[in-house]
Ligand binder design. Structure first.
Ligand code: IFM
Length: 464
């Protein structure tokens, strides 16, 4: 960490970020690549889920997305022109290892090999995420993440990518947002594979963490020591609406299922006792086998934090009941009247500072913000340019929140804007735009928005 002592400046906290602070932009494979049936890529759970009637807004799919697979050099040029240090991308498992089994697919890994070279030639450091939700369909057919074997398959696949790219890539993160894979995918049915089974989602949590640990142990054993290993989690702050026992318990449960269920085993080698008690009451167990927690607790060099919003929660329904008809405790998100993004998420930058300081105090890891950004209803002019003042203001307040957390001692080393460009926003399809570069999906034309210029100039000004 940069140890320069900078005075607390609440008026312009961003100005206190040191020149050593690292800046990046992020994307993920299925959201931008398209070319789902090219180069030997086989189907992922998202190709299947997109075919489920009504699963995705307007029936959108990732079939073409931003056509990044064919436009990669042009997209890397955009990244370079932003003046960022880092580009965070994910690798599509079914492109590199079709059907999730057998040897590496040379054409599949070849794409990421060229991407890596293109980035390095442009002076941008590549940062890898090995899994951003595109599980090979065959592995889901065999049980998916609730099935223990998937963790071992993930470690094998990770090694294939590591072997091919470790000579040029320093930072290796395993999973993006396992909460989304487990909860949205297996409990709420909102993401692929679309299952609604809470017990299965808890098995998925454990096997995702086990897969992270197994992959990290193997990559680190094969490393010559030049690499960093980590994981990315999405988190926020849950504030009880009142001081009542029910509201405080709802906030505790939300923190347990959103944050501590991941970080406690990763850092302390145990699941939180209150969560284990809750699960037992609900008749659910985590499928922990001997030695698993030692594997999961393998050291982390970096914690990736994705932050979008925080929530105020209540533990009672509108009628004051603290359990639902199934006897399960009520957890209700209470609108506080703050402004919303197009996702309906409240804009809470102070929650970001609070989260980062808390993560530092409780877990003490070096942090990179691996995603932060916002969707708004962009209105392009006749040239495709978007004057996205709302997005600029979101970035300004949230990067400021990061700077304030640093001033309070959190070891935060860098920040990635989500996202480089508009892309496939999962169940919301193409309607929700998070990009700092606009994509016209009819022509595939890219047009930097005002936020792209703001981001570039902010980075530039901090470098002096
Ligand atoms: O687009 C997603 C990304 O894939 C994961 N993190 C949250 C983003 C916005 O919803």
């Amino acid at each position: 960490m940069d140890t320069t002592v900078t005075p607390v400046d609440h008026a312009n906290p961003i100005a206190t970020l040191p020149p050593s602070f690292r800046w990046g932009v992020a994307t993920s494979a299925y959201q931008i690549e398209g070319a789902v049936a090219e180069g030997g890529r086989t189907r992922s759970i998202w190709d299947t889920f997109c075919e489920v009637p009504d699963a995705i807004d307007k029936g959108d799919t990732g079939e073409i997305a931003c056509d990044h697979y064919h436009r990669m050099p042009q997209d890397v040029a955009l990244i370079r022109d932003l003046g960022v240090d880092l580009y965070r991308f994910s690798v599509a498992w079914p492109r590199v290892q079709p059907r999730g089994q057998g040897p590496v697919n040379p054409e599949g890994i070849g794409f990421y090999d060229r991407l890596t070279d293109e980035l390095l030639a442009g002076g941008v450091e590549p940062w890898v995420t090995l899994y951003h939700w595109d599980l090979p369909q065959e592995l889901e057919d065999a049980g998916g993440w609730p099935n223990r074997d998937t963790a071992y398959r993930f470690a094998d696949y990770s090694m294939m990518v590591f072997d091919a790219l470790q000579d040029r890539i320093k930072t290796w993160t395993t999973l993006n947002e396992p909460w989304c894979s487990a909860m949205l995918g297996y409990a709420y049915g909102a993401h692929a594979p679309g299952r609604r089974d809470f017990a299965a989602s808890m098995r998925a949590v454990h096997h995702l963490l086990l897969g992270h640990g197994l992959a990290t142990e193997r990559m680190r054993a094969a490393s010559d020591g030049r690499h960093e290993f980590g994981i990315t989690l999405n988190m926020g702050v849950s504030t009880p609406q009142t001081d009542s026992a029910a509201d405080r318990d709802a906030a505790r449960r939300s923190d347990a299922l959103g944050t501590r269920i991941y970080l406690d085993p990763l850092v302390r080698g145990r699941y939180p006792a209150d969560l284990v008690d809750d699960l037992a009451r609900w008749g659910v167990t985590l499928p922990v086998e001997d030695g698993d927690l030692e594997v999961i607790r393998t050291p982390l060099d970096v914690l990736g934090v994705n932050y979008y919003f925080s929530e105020t929660v209540s533990g009672v329904d509108e009628d004051g009941n603290d359990t639902d008809p199934d006897g399960l405790p009520v957890s209700r998100v209470i609108p506080t009247g703050r402004p919303l993004t197009a996702m309906g998420w409240e804009i809470v930058p102070e929650g970001f500072t609070q989260l980062l300081v808390r993560l530092h105090n409780d877990y003490g890891l070096p942090i990179y913000v691996t995603e932060n950004g916002s969707a708004f209803d962009d209105v392009p002019d006749e040239t495709g340019y978007v004057d996205d003042e709302d997005r600029v203001s979101y970035f300004d307040s949230h990067i400021g929140a990061v700077a304030l957390a640093r001033q309070q001692g959190a070891d935060i080393r860098g920040y990635f804007a989500w996202s480089l460009m508009d892309n496939f926003e999962w169940a919301y399809g193409y309607d929700k735009r998070f990009g700092i570069v606009r994509v016209d999906y009819d022509t595939q034309e890219r047009t930097p928005k005002r936020s792209a210029y703001w981001y570039r100039d902010t980075i530039r000004s901090l470098r002096g």
